[in-house]
Design a protein around this ligand. Structure first.
Ligand code: HEC
Ligand code: HEC
Length: 197
């Protein structure tokens, strides 16, 4: 075999080997995808299920309070527009900023998430589907969910600066810092927003 043949055989081998490697890595990736998706979404879910988020994202007729997520004081209910009943509007007590003297948290137009955005009692898979379902999530694409999470200055911003509670104790914040959480959601959306099986 001359050097030309040798080079040709070498090239052929390289192509075959390369092809096999590609096929193998594609298969490896396919196998890894569901596991990766579960792991990624499980971390996202630790924030979605933190009391600061879940107390507004309830499946009940009322908001909740505290880390033990007890029903809101004074029998406050969501009312027809998630902003309370005519005689007990959320904004009759909640101002535009946290009031650390009274322990009442605040942000402009304080109100709870609609029932379709209630996240209590769902498995990771159920929570993931609810978050992504346009009929439930206010017709948001996964990219728009990311943008809401990363750039909202109203309630998501509040969850990481929740002020003091009625006992004068600083409220706890979600388990992952906001910036790291946003990056995690960005990565998940870029991966096609996969839900765990
Ligand atoms: C004070 C109440 C309140 C708190 C606290 C709150 N939210 Fe919301 N959230 C809302 C309301 C109201 C909407 C609906 C806004 C809209 O559709 O314009 C909403 C919508 C959303 C949406 C888009 C809809 C969907 O289902 O995908 C996401 C995502 C979201 N919230 C995430 C969070 C996260 C994460 C936290 C905690 C870090 C949080 N929220 C804390 C009230 C709240
Ligand atoms: C009569 C006054 C009053 C009204 C009306 C009211 N709230 Fe509150 N809210 C409070 C007080 C006081 C606290 C602080 C309680 C504490 O720290 O234990 C609070 C705390 C909260 C919290 C903080 C929960 C946390 O993470 O610990 C949420 C969420 C909340 N209210 C939602 C609402 C919503 C939504 C409405 C309207 C449907 C509403 N509130 C109406 C007085 C009120």
């Amino acid at each position: 075999m001359g050097p030309r043949h040798c080079a040709a055989v070498g090239a052929l081998l390289a192509i075959v080997a390369g092809g096999a490697l590609l096929a193998w890595s594609a298969r490896a990736q396919q196998n890894a995808a569901p596991q990766g998706a579960s792991a990624m979404f499980a971390r996202i879910a630790t924030v979605l299920r933190s009391p600061r988020c879940l107390n507004c994202h309830t499946v009940t007729d009322f908001p909740r309070q505290g880390d033990d997520r007890h029903a809101h004081l004074f029998f406050v209910t969501r009312g027809p527009d998630d902003r309370g009943l005519p005689w007990a509007r959320c904004t009759s007590c909640h101002g535009e900023a946290n009031n650390n003297a009274t322990g009442i948290p605040g942000r402009p137009d304080w109100h709870m998430a609609p029932l379709s955005m209630g996240w209590e009692g769902l498995s990771d898979t159920g929570l993931c589907h609810r978050l992504l379902n346009p009929a439930d999530n206010g017709h948001r694409t996964p990219e728009q969910i990311y943008e809401h999470i990363a750039f909202d200055r109203q309630f998501i911003a509040w969850a990481w600066s929740p002020g003091r509670n009625i006992q004068g104790v600083q409220r706890t914040v979600p388990p992952i810092p906001r910036h790291a959480f946003s990056l995690l959601v960005k990565e998940w959306v870029a991966a096609g927003a996969p839900c765990p099986q």
